[in-house]
Structures are given as structure tokens and as C-alpha cells.
Design a protein around this ligand. Structure first.
Ligand SMILES: Cc1cc2nc3c(=O)[nH]c(=O)nc-3n(C[C@H](O)[C@H](O)[C@H](O)COP(=O)(O)OP(=O)(O)OC[C@H]3O[C@@H](n4cnc5c(N)ncnc54)[C@H](O)[C@@H]3O)c2cc1C
Length: 398
């Protein structure tokens, strides 16, 4: 198989296939040193329960888990309004609702695991200048002229990849007009393992607990205001955070640089074409307000790897259109649901209209008072609903 893009999705896909004995070539434009370095990516990932089981089955959770912070509770509210929804692991089975891990630590664990697999070859840094697909294989010409040919091409190049369109797959793109500011804070008050999503009219602001008295913030805000915030010195930025979250965090100090991620919604009409599967953000890139993008991508990887491995075991073509259609059918509803939910929530909360203000707070009030609905939402966020591929159940593919 050829995997284009060695981000979190491409690396996990290579690991899932490689562990099952499938030969894989991964093409990534950045170098490995760059990808695991501190300045490259300041994000943390909220990892759902099912995703953790998959990372465990792939043998990488032992490296990620000890550095991850369990999420014991989640609180969702609107800034300045006392109505809120509390999700508590104790209301389900007492276990964590998820974990928060640094992206850098996840990448490092994935690279280390891939190093031990003789069937996986990593081309990084490397680009490609031509992709040709015919009825039997996909051929990729790398920038240095080398050719890679495989019965299936996994496109994992993220939401800004032009490749799906070049391969004839229509994709809709819309800017959110927001930038997500990401940083690590040191805080006065203990977080107790609680993650908080607070919606403001200018965008959602999440505080995600990290080990110790530290949190990672993801503050999605309109572009103009984000640029002004980026121009502040660390002490002035900390004051802005305290203005919105001081009641919860106490005094804060910026403990990292400030990263900014312009937010873009991407939805591809199809996830497949002959010999090609779009996986992760390349298939659809969603708003980060629910912390679900990579969890969704892992569900893509688990489904696709299972279909490929099962076909190989039966001696069947692992890149046939029939198999690819099964992948698309399996993954489409989940992808569509999360696009709709994240986009809908952002629209519902990011405005000042009085009728919508009433509607959303009535919604929060109702959910808080409906335990079965809360449990359903919790199970969905934990990735425990729907038909689960084996990896998400924690079972190996090989
Ligand atoms: C601020 C923020 C916070 C988030 N928080 C969470 C969270 O808490 N939980 C969660 O589940 N998700 C979260 N997400 C979403 C998550 O980051 C993405 O869903 C995930 O990173 C997608 O991974 P990917 O590998 O599909 O794409 P990408 O991360 O975009 O990786 C694509 C890779 O392909 C490479 N590439 C691109 N083009 C080429 C080319 N031509 N040749 C070679 N290589 C190429 C790139 O260098 C990159 O390494 C967040 C997103 C943002 C912006």
C-alpha cells in the first residue's frame, strides 16, 4: 500500500497495516525530526475511549498513556450564563471519558513503533510530483524520480490537500473565519481532570487538563481578534485568558509559545475512487470544538485496515472498488454526523441573536436534566456507538 501523508492519520494507518504484515510505503513532506520537535505542533489531542483501545491494540498506548491526562469530567456551558451540562464518567462506568495527550508525544510513539516494522518504509522528507491511477494499481512518482506502485493508495494529506480534487473527487471548502489559538498554561487552581468547553459569541474556548496544574487551551476566535491576541506579550495574553476563565483557573501563566490554526471546513463528496481511499482530514476536516477530528480518522483507519487485511487473508484484491465502496458505506454516516454536529454547534453559539440564545440555553438545560440523553452523548463522544471495527474494540487485526 502507499500512504500519502505521514500525519497522525497516515502514521496510524501504516502501523495498523504494517502490524498485520502488509507492506506499506509512507510519503511525508516534513522530516521526522521536524514532526516530533516542540515548535512544530503545540496541540494536544483529546483521545476517546475507543481510540485508546485501538492505540493499545497497536502497541503504542504503553508509550502515550503514562504521559496522558485522564478526562474525568466534561463541562459544556455558555460564557456568562449559569446553565451548563456536566458529563461525568461516574455516570457511565466510572472510567475516564477520554485522555489528553500531546500530539508530539503521539507522533513519537507512532514513529518508534514503525521503526520496528520491516515491511514499512518511510520516505520523509519527500514529496510527490505525479499520481496516476489505473484499474490495477496506483503509481506515485516521488520528487526524486522514484516510483511507488500499489493496489491501493491511502490519501492522508490532511484537509488542505489538492489531491482529492486532482483525482476527480469533488470537495466543498468553507473558511470558518476563525483562528484556533493553542497554548499551554500553568494555572493557580487544580483542574481535577475536568475539561471545559465554554461558548462565547465570538467562538468556542476549550480548556483541556494536562498532568499537574497545567492545561492546554484551544481558543477559536474571529481572525481579526486572534491576530490582536497574538500580538500581545505573554502577561497581557494571560490576563485575557483570566478574563474569560479566571473563575475556573485562577491566575494563569503562559507556559509555551502561542500557535495559531486557521479553521477550515472541508467535506469531500466521495471517500473513494478506483484504487484510492481518502482517510482522516483528507476526507473531511471538521471544526475542533468537539475534539473529534483524529478520533474520526482513527475510525476510518480501523475500518479500512480491517477490510484490507480480511481481503488479503482470503487472497482477494485489497484495493478493489467493491472493497472501497464497503469502506465508504461504513464511514460516511459517522463523518457526515460529525460535520453536521460540529458545524451546527459553532453556528448556534457563535452569535448574539436573542432567539438562538434562548434556544441553546434551553437545549443545555434539557440535556442536563435528561440522564439517558447525556449517557447517549457520552457514549458517542467516547466512540462507543455504531458498528465497531475490531481495532476499536481493542482486538488485533493479525
Ligand atoms: C486546534 C486543533 C485542535 C484539535 N484537537 C483535536 C482533539 O483534541 N482531538 C481530535 O481527535 N482531533 C483534534 N483536532 C483534529 C486533528 O488535529 C486532525 O483531525 C488530525 O490531525 C488529522 O490528521 P491527518 O493526518 O488526517 O491530517 P494532518 O494532520 O493535516 O496531516 C497531514 C500530513 O500530510 C502531510 N502532507 C500534506 N501534503 C503532502 C504532500 N503533498 N506530500 C507529502 N506529505 C504531505 C503533512 O505534512 C502532514 O504531516 C484538532 C485540530 C485542531 C486544528
Amino acid at each position: 500500500m502507499v500512504v500519502l501523508g505521514g500525519g497522525l492519520t497516515g502514521l496510524t494507518a501504516a502501523l495498523a497495516l504494517g502490524r498485520a504484515g502488509v507492506e506499506v510505503a509512507v510519503v511525508e513532506r516534513a522530516s521526522v525530526a521536524e514532526l516530533v520537535s516542540a515548535p512544530y505542533d503545540g496541540r494536544v489531542m483529546a483521545i476517546a475511549r475507543a481510540s485508546m483501545r485501538m492505540l493499545e491494540a497497536l502497541g503504542v498506548w504503553a508509550s502515550i498513556g503514562p504521559e496522558a491526562q485522564p478526562i474525568l469530567r466534561i463541562r459544556v456551558e455558555e460564557g456568562g450564563v449559569p446553565v451548563r451540562v456536566h458529563y461525568d464518567g461516574a455516570e457511565l462506568d466510572g472510567g475516564p471519558l477520554g485522555w489528553i495527550a500531546e500530539t508530539r508525544c503521539i507522533r513519537r510513539a507512532l514513529f518508534e513503533a514503525l521503526e520496528g516494522l520491516s515491511g514499512v518504509r518511510l520516505f520523509a522528507p519527500a514529496g510527490h510530483r505525479e499520481v496516476v491511477v489505473d484499474s490495477v494499481a496506483a503509481t506515485v512518482r516521488l520528487d526524486d524520480g522514484r516510483l511507488l506502485r500499489a493496489p491501493l493508495l491511502l490519501v492522508c494529506e490532511g484537509r488542505r490537500s489538492p489531491l482529492p480534487r486532482r483525482l476527480g473527487i469533488r470537495c466543498a471548502t468553507r473558511s470558518y473565519g476563525q483562528i484556533a489559538l493553542v497554548a499551554t498554561l500553568e494555572q493557580e487552581r487544580a483542574h481535577g481532570g475536568e475539561a471545559v468547553e465554554r461558548f462565547f459569541p465570538d467562538g468556542p474556548f476549550a480548556v483541556l487538563p494536562l498532568p499537574g496544574r497545567r492545561s492546554s487551551i484551544v481558543w477559536a476566535i474571529c481572525e481579526e481578534r486572534a491576530r490582536a491576541l497574538c500580538g500581545l506579550d505573554p502577561a497581557a495574553f494571560a490576563l485575557e485568558v483570566e478574563e474569560r476563565f479566571g473563575d475556573l483557573l485562577g491566575r494563569v501563566r503562559l507556559a509555551s509559545p502561542l500557535w495559531s490554526y486557521p479553521l477550515l471546513l472541508v467535506v469531500c463528496e466521495r471517500y473513494v475512487r478506483e484504487r484510492v481511499a481518502l482517510v482522516g482530514d483528507a476526507a473531511r476536516g471538521i471544526h475542533p470544538l468537539a475534539g473529534q477530528g483524529w478520533n474520526l480518522a482513527l475510525r476510518d483507519v480501523a475500518a479500512l485496515a480491517e477490510l484490507v487485511v480480511d481481503r488479503l487473508r482470503l487472497g482477494l484484491d485489497p484495493g478493489s472498488l467493491e472493497m472501497l465502496r464497503a469502506y465508504e458505506a461504513w464511514r460516511r454516516f459517522d463523518g457526515f454526523t460529525l460535520v453536521a454536529v460540529t458545524d451546527g454547534l459553532n453556528r448556534l453559539f457563535a452569535n448574539d441573536h436573542p432567539p438562538l440564545f434562548l434556544l441553546r440555553n434551553l437545549g443545555l438545560w434539557l440535556v442536563e436534566r435528561a440522564p439517558p440523553l447525556k449517557r447517549l452523548f457520552m457514549r458517542h463522544a467516547m466512540g462507543l456507538l455504531g458498528e465497531q471495527p475490531r481495532l476499536l474494540l481493542g482486538q488485533p487485526l493479525w
